[in-house]
Design a protein. Sequence first.
Length: 258
Amino acid sequence: MRADRTPPAAGPGASLHVTIREALESRILGGDWPPGHRIPAEHELMGLFGCSRMTVNKVLTELAANGLVERRRRAGTFVSKPRPASALLQIPDVKAEILALGARYTFRLVERAVRAALPSDRARLAPGGTGEVLGVTTLHVGDERPFALEDRVIDLVTVPDARDEPFRLDPPGTWLLAHIPWTEAEHRIGAAAADGATAALLDLAPQAPCLVLERRTWAGGAAVTAARTLFADPAYRLVARFQPGSARPEGASHKNGA
């Protein structure tokens, strides 16, 4: 990040450390800083954002915990390199997708409720979902425009910490990626017409076509979560490109023309 680059303004209610973290995430996820790139030193970030060393250290610690950077003693902080073992199990993160487009990310919890697993929950989480679950509906927003609506159920037997998690800083999907070492995933891609409630939240006409991504994840055979996400922009598409003998996708989800 060049010292002459103006840092993004904080959104309403955003703390300084969240603003800094999102600025760095945008550079990493958007490809401006490729794997192995050395990010600015702590004193440079302090000067750029006008903050304390403690704030910068908190940001870098969170980025390292999320696997985006590696902190090396006396050498600095570097963008993490792809890990072949985990590349096979790449989980889409809507927050990361929006940041990669260069947009300002925000989200809103539309609904959040703990309940005994319904038959539909058990079917979505199978195998699993036999106890209590947390149902969460999240509206993802990019530059103040609805981007995607996510309906998620989390198995509280596997993820008990989610019961009392307020999801103030990160949406449920991003939080899960940072807290649960999952081992298996299933993705299904399709299309659906937005019903009245969904269309209203996504600012679409009723019955407008939406790309739908359904995914389930497990940890050691135990169900973690199942999510169904509808994307507002019909031009949005999912792209993954592979090389022979490589499990690492070279492409990522994006909008046409982005």
